[in-house]
Design a binder for this molecule. Structure first.
Ligand SMILES: NC(=O)c1ccc[n+]([C@@H]2O[C@H](COP(=O)([O-])OP(=O)(O)OC[C@H]3O[C@@H](n4cnc5c(N)ncnc54)[C@H](O)[C@@H]3O)[C@@H](O)[C@H]2O)c1
Ligand SMILES: [Zn+2]
Ligand SMILES: [Zn+2]
Length: 369
């Protein structure tokens, strides 16, 4: 099939929207007609090198759509099914899948390699094979993905909103609910209120947090954070420390969730300084692979029994968590419509990423016909 897709050909380049050829699905794969794709910060990391991936690559890993073709050996999906694409596949058989950690599925090793699971490529352009971000590549109106990356959903959910649940919503919500294990009445700080952070705020609210302090240097993000459930806002860590210290009589926060645009080693000390005894810092933001210097008080780590915990895909089992989040949406308990600040055509993708860099969007979303 011939169509346009947004390809990244190298570091520090813009997305190139150009003609591509998409192959039919191989065994165990499906072709999806996409309704929409979110502009997650992780695709920006491909251009900056914070996530190393071989070029060229079709970007995009936050999509939903309708099954258009089914490859041989696919038994659980049929043409016309509505699906969310999970940015990490789940085989259902490996040690991590079978112990309830499908976000850490062994197949996840392939998400920044480029080809499909069988090692071959579905997208081609300029006579070259083109990889797919997270084996998905949602910056195209159609894509081919493995059935293990596809979660079937009910047809009453608008697909352009369901798309965000393929990464941002599930990652942010799960960072609060699963990784931070926010409990009723707890004091929660969320550092960075973009597409992921707003959903960490929603997760903390739904889990019953007593106070949610949202930190972001951008005023619009702080205002929006209150719509998603933040009870207090701060422009920086010092302001947040004063707030949380006063609210807790110096005991400080129970949970701090780091969802900044990039993870920096110095941010860890800041996050650790905001939590008190038994406090847990959750790191969801992604840092450069060579960033290996992290500062924090080792004294407080031991004496206050603080914890630091990474979080991938919100520590979620996508096949359970995605329908659960969509049910919360149906009930009016989680906001998805309000996450979409602006929609773009595929041709406007570079404008969308510039708006993200300029701090204008909670989420920019590409909408297809
Ligand atoms: N671990 C995972 O599974 C996973 C999944 C998806 C995305 N991510 C990562 O999560 C991070 C956030 O992604 P996003 O799409 O929400 O990005 P985004 O650009 O939409 O939001 C980042 C926000 O952080 C704010 N910010 C920047 N510096 C800050 C600071 N020092 N203190 C407080 N706020 C600050 C920005 O103003 C912005 O609002 C990225 O690093 C992304 O790659 C991780
Ligand atoms: Zn993402
Ligand atoms: Zn697995």
């Amino acid at each position: 099939m011939k169509m346009k897709a947004a390809i990244l050909w190298g570091l520090d380049q813009e997305w190139s929207v150009e003609d591509v050829e998409l192959d039919d699905p191989n065994e165990g794969e499906v072709m999806i007609k996409l309704a929409a794709s979110g502009l997650c910060h992780s695709d920006e990391h491909l251009a900056t090198g914070d996530i190393p991936i071989p070029f060229p690559v079709v970007g995009g890993h936050e999509g939903a759509g309708v099954i258009h073709k089914v490859g041989v050996g696919v038994t659980d999906l049929e043409v016309g099914d509505h699906v969310v694409l999970a940015f990490i596949p789940a085989c259902g058989k490996c040690r991590y899948c079978t112990s309830g950690h499908s976000n850490l599925c062994d197949l996840g090793a392939g998400i920044i390699l480029g080809p499909q699971l069988d090692g071959t490529y579905r997208f081609h352009a300029r006579g070259e094979d083109i990889g797919q971000m997270c084996m998905l590549g949602t910056f195209a109106p159609y894509t081919v993905a493995n059935q293990d990356s596809v979660v079937k959903i009910d047809k009453d959910i608008p697909l352009d909103k369901a798309a965000l649940v393929g990464c941002g919503v599930t990652t942010g919500f799960g960072s609060a609910v699963n990784t931070a294990e926010v409990k009723p009445g707890e004091y929660v700080v969320v550092m960075g209120c973009g597409g992921i952070g707003m959903n960490a705020i929603q997760g903390a609210r739904i889990a019953g947090a007593g106070a949610i302090i949202a930190i972001d240097p951008i005023e619009m993000k702080r205002e929006q954070a209150q719509e998603f459930g933040a009870t207090h806002t701060a422009a920086n860590v010092d302001e947040a420390w004063d707030l949380v210290s006063e609210m807790t009589n110096g005991q400080l926060a129970d949970k701090v969730i780091m969802t900044t645009d990039v993870a920096e080693g110095t941010y860890v000390a800041e996050a650790m300084s905001l939590c008190g005894k038994l406090g847990r810092v959750v790191i969801t933001a992604i840092g450069h692979p060579e960033e290996d210097t992290v500062s924090m008080s080792l004294f407080e780590l031991a004496l206050y029994e603080k914890q630091i915990h990474g979080s991938l895909f919100g520590s979620s089992n996508a096949r359970i968590e995605i329908p659960k989040i969509l049910q919360l949406y149906r009930n009016g308990q989680i906001k998805l419509d309000e996450l979409v600040t602006k929609t773009y055509t595929l041709e406007q993708i570079n404008e969308g990423y510039q708006d993200m860099r300029d701090g204008k969007n909670i989420r920019g979303v590409i909408v297809y016909d």
